[in-house]
Design a binder for this molecule. Structure first.
Ligand code: PLP
Length: 475
């Protein structure tokens, strides 16, 4: 496929800029060489972007069971709300009294999401989940520092954690202590008890965890950490399984992030924009990044928390993502939120049950909103790996599940159907999975050769990592 710059010819163009309606000014230091813009007609431009759009796979194209990423359908009403002129035709430096509606969106979102999670205060500055983790850990750090409790330098992370958890802890200046999981996928409570001490700053955990299991010892886990003087951080990326059913605040967590782009239905994948809103209990609220919105009888104001850690992003974060999340919450309402979570769990269990006819599950069910399959035995008997099955799915228009994660499961495929898939779709997809299992036995080479129907075939991933070609030279 040609680049847009390689299409068209000099002189071809379309006029996208409206006529200038402000006085023209002379720049003091204008550029001297002309801008290298593509010379294409409107037809060519439209075809170019349509061709690009056809080469990607999104939730609007087909099944997208990317475990831990919650690729659910994004209701179009969210887009309608996010593009209302009152939200788009404004400037972040406008006086407060002229953007009361926008401030109310932030205040209302903090209130409703706080109610869903059991948190007292919230910031929408972080742009993604990992950014939220970093922010939440800085809150924990500021809390201990404020109390002159400077010996607390360690963050405890279970071995099933998402890779961003230990990475965020290190970026925030902590040392990471790993605790193992037991054969049931839950944290080894005795190992945790042995790991905590006066140097424990906190614990990071996601529940349900990345193997799709709700840790039934969660109250004991958070108590052990609190008794040792540490705080508890909840990675909210898996909230889709439990929203409206159980609250991280009630599980004993002090600070959380939400991936608004996952659980609360904003298009993601391909890099954002996202929102890693961070909620916290009262004890951490004075440390939140500022400004935050305060509401009183006369309206909304922006205020700086007393001991704020400072900004983690310019202005108020990815505001339009918050609008979408608020729309989603208000659309579903008090009944719809838990219903979505329950259907997500039901769908995952339905697929898990059907696929266990042939595939080996890493952990016995029932699962929460996702489940992990272990394809080691398939690889041993047929030579076909989790990667081969994933590539085979591509030829059927199905996005592969998350592969080789979590790290504690060998040849892992992690499937998360979400509540927005119908039984008919899941039946079709299960049919494909089971068919590929047969292909692995009957004609393994066909799977090694997959995919055959995609714009690019199997890529040399090692080569791409070792000898990356980062500059397009024209081919
Ligand atoms: C997605 C995810 C994250 C990171 O969130 P981003 O928005 O991608 O930065 C963290 N933890 C878990 C369990 C996740 O699934």
């Amino acid at each position: 496929m040609k680049l847009i710059f390689e299409k068209g010819a000099p002189g071809q163009h379309l006029t996208l800029m409206p006529a200038c309606d402000v006085p023209e000014v002379e720049l003091s230091n204008p550029r001297t060489d002309p801008l290298e813009l593509p010379h294409v007609s409107e037809t060519e431009l439209t075809r170019h972007y349509t061709a690009l759009a056809k080469r990607v796979h999104g939730v609007n194209d087909g099944f997208y069971p990317l475990g831990s990423c919650t690729m659910k359908y994004n209701p179009k009403i969210n887009e309608d709300m996010a593009t209302l002129p009152g939200f788009t035709q404004i400037h972040p430096l406008q006086p407060e009294e002229t953007v009361q509606g926008c401030l109310l969106v932030l205040a209302e979102s903090a209130r409703l999401l706080g109610e869903i999670t059991g948190m007292d205060a919230m910031t929408f500055q972080p742009a993604a989940g990992a950014h939220g983790e970093f922010t939440g850990l800085l809150l924990i750090k500021a809390y201990h520092a404020h109390r002159n409790d400077t010996a607390r330098t360690k963050i405890i992370v279970p071995d099933s954690a998402h890779g961003t958890n230990p990475a965020s802890a290190v970026m925030a200046g902590f040392t990471v202590v790993n605790v193992p999981s037991g054969p049931d996928g839950c944290v080894d409570v005795e190992a945790l008890r042995a790991a905590v001490g006066p140097d424990t700053a906190g614990l990071m955990l996601t529940n349900p965890n990345t193997v799709g299991i709700f840790d039934r010892n969660i109250l004991e886990i958070t108590r052990i950490v609190h008794d040792a003087g540490g705080l508890c951080y909840y990675d909210g990326a898996n909230l889709n399984a439990v929203m409206g059913v159980v609250r991280p605040g009630d599980m004993g967590f002090d600070v959380i992030h939400l991936n608004l782009h996952k659980t609360f239905s904003t298009p993601h994948g391909g890099g954002g924009p996202g929102s890693g809103a961070v909620g916290c209990k009262k004890l951490l609220a004075p440390f939140l990044p500022g400004p935050v919105v305060a509401e009183d009888g006369s309206g909304c104001r922006l205020v700086q928390p007393d001991h704020s850690i400072g900004r983690v992003k310019n202005f108020y974060g990815n505001f339009a993502v918050v609008v979408r999340a608020l729309t989603y919450v208000l659309t579903l309402g008090r009944e719809g939120i838990p219903e979505a979570a329950k259907n997500a769990v039901l769908n995952a269990n339905y697929m898990m049950k059907r696929l266990s006819e042939k595939y080996t599950m890493a952990y016995a069910g029932p699962c929460m909103h996702e489940f992990v399959m272990c394809l080691q035995d398939l690889k041993d008997t047929t030579g076909c790996s989790a990667m081969d099955i994933a590539k085979g799915l591509l030829d059927h228009g199905i996005h592969p599940p998350t592969m080789y994660f979590p790290l504690i499961v060998h040849e892992a495929l992690m499937v998360e159907p979400t509540e927005t898939e119908s039984r008919e779709t899941m039946d079709e997809v299960c049919g494909v999975f089971l068919h590929l299992w047969d292909v692995a036995h009957d004609n393994p080479q066909a799977l090694h050769d997959a995919p055959t129907r995609t714009p690019v075939r199997r890529l040399d991933e090692v080569g791409a990592a070792r000898n990356p070609v980062l500059r397009y030279t024209g081919e």
